[in-house]
Design a protein around this ligand. Structure first.
Ligand code: 5AD
Ligand code: SF4
Length: 441
């Protein structure tokens, strides 16, 4: 009698880097005979790939673990693992707080997951949150991805910037860039499997400095080398720090057609006083000049950003400066968050602004951002834009893809399929997606 394959359920929180890591962990476990399932009730193992960036995200992990308790009581051999940034930050503390957890694996140790699961099956409760000298990606199996037209590819991890609010330099460690040859080889394999768009990932991706032919490569050089891969049609990268947007990268936006005209460039605040307290090491003016230079290279580029409302010491005037900056830039999309003190970060000990003040500011930011986002969507109507189709839409004969500017676009037309890249005339706009028709020819 052959044993049926074991089932693994992964829940991913937080950023795209975690999405990528979850895929790689699924592949590592796949090599050990585990199949993925969407249903935690039928899983032999549940893995939470966690996020520590704000308190809400971290606390959600504990409430989700609590929700797994009945599953574990019903099936004591169910294994529960915690991975990602909460695992990295809290390590053995998770084991103490949550006896139902069987293993804790930090974000640099995923290549050890299969052996940790084997140890957990023997009754151990392994914890590994070391920063190893080896590169986890060298020890993970090759990616047997299902045919999908888009993929993430991690090129850089960690952050040396130490913004005063941010846990990333502590959870993901110092900046490390993967060698260019490995990234190019991984990209080629993805393209061979049908991928047409690659998003390069890094906590500080434009700080990429990897070993390459002839010495140290920056992100611009990497992008240009990737652009030479036949069949790869689109390149994106995220997330960037303004101080690492060098001339070569700005020039690439003007010269490399495969580099898509959408850039996530977080500024966090429009007040110089707050930017200084955040240790951002740039002013609002620096950022605005940078945006001008990027737009000079690529006039149609769409920008997005992150903003924090209610950073310690933020006055009404500081908040207005942020609204002014948003008005001056004109974003295609943006994300705003209420400041959340994170243990171990420099800002955590500073006196915060009153929660109701932070809430009101957050709402004001969001109202302005939503209005800009809507205007950007409406501004697309009548334009022609490239769309890479990904999957069928909800309506008969309809397909959904992403525009060059990363907007969801619904189209009805013959010959559409995942991976088809076509020119589309935008005919209608909604808050979250656009509608259009194929341009003949
Ligand atoms: N509180 C609120 N927002 C935060 N971010 C990072 N740390 C915090 C924090 N402590 C936001 C920043 C960052 C985004 C990913 O999350 O805006 O760019
Ligand atoms: Fe965090 Fe980004 Fe600042 Fe690095 S650059 S510390 S990841 S907010």
């Amino acid at each position: 009698m052959s044993e049926s394959p074991k089932k693994l359920h992964i829940k991913t929180y937080g950023c795209q880097m975690n999405v990528y890591d979850s895929e790689r962990m699924a592949e590592a476990m796949g090599a050990k005979g585990y199949e993925l399932t969407d249903d935690p009730a039928e899983a032999d193992m549940v893995l939470l790939n966690t996020c520590h960036i704000r308190e809400k995200a971290a606390e959600k992990v504990y409430s989700d673990l609590g929700r797994l308790r009945p599953f574990k009581e019903a099936r004591p051999d169910l294994k529960i693992g915690v991975a990602g940034c909460v695992a990295q930050a809290e390590g053995a503390e998770i084991m103490r707080r949550m006896p139902l957890v069987d293993l804790v694996v930090g974000s640099q140790n995923y290549h050890r997951l299969p052996e940790m699961v084997a140890a957990a099956e023997q009754g151990a409760r392994p914890v590994d949150t070391e920063f190893p000298l080896e590169d986890k990606f060298d020890h993970l199996p090759e990616r047997p991805l299902a045919a999908r037209p888009t993929a993430f590819l991690t090129v850089q991890e960690g952050c040396d910037k130490f913004c005063a609010f941010c846990v990333v330099p502590y959870t993901r460690g110092a900046e490390v860039s993967r060698p260019a040859a490995r990234i190019l080889a991984e990209a080629q394999k993805l393209v061979d499997k049908g991928v047409r768009e690659i998003t390069l990932l890094g906590q500080n991706v434009n700080g990429y400095h990897g070993a390459g032919e002839g010495g140290d490569w920056g992100l611009a050089r990497l992008v240009r080398a990737l652009a030479r891969i036949d069949g790869l049609e689109r390149i994106r990268y995220t997330t960037s720090h303004p101080n690492d947007m060098d001339d070569a990268l700005i020039a690439a936006h003007g010269e490399e057609p495969k580099l898509m005209p959408y850039l996530h460039l977080p500024v966090q605040s429009g007040s110089d006083r707050v930017l200084k307290a955040m240790n951002r090491k740039h002013t609002a003016e620096d950022y605005l000049r940078l945006v001008e230079r990027i737009r000079a290279a690529r006039p149609d580029i769409m920008l997005s950003s992150d903003f924090i409302a209610g950073f310690p010491g933020e006055s009404d005037e500081d908040h207005r400066a942020t609204l002014d900056l948003i008005a001056a830039v004109g974003y295609g999309a943006a994300f705003s968050f209420k400041y959340s003190p994170r243990p171990g970060t420099p800002a955590a000990g500073r006196a915060g602004v009153a929660p109701e003040v932070a809430d009101a500011r957050l709402q004001e930011l969001q109202a302005l951002i939503t209005a800009q986002q809507r205007a950007a969507q409406e501004g697309m109507v009548g334009r022609e834009v490239g769309v890479l189709f990904e999957k069928p839409g909800r309506l008969e004969g309809q397909w959904v893809g992403k525009s060059d500017y990363l907007q969801a676009v619904h189209v009805r037309g013959a010959g559409l399929a995942p991976g088809v890249l076509a020119q589309v005339r935008i005919t209608e706009s909604g808050p979250n997606s656009l509608g259009g028709e194929l341009v003949a020819g």
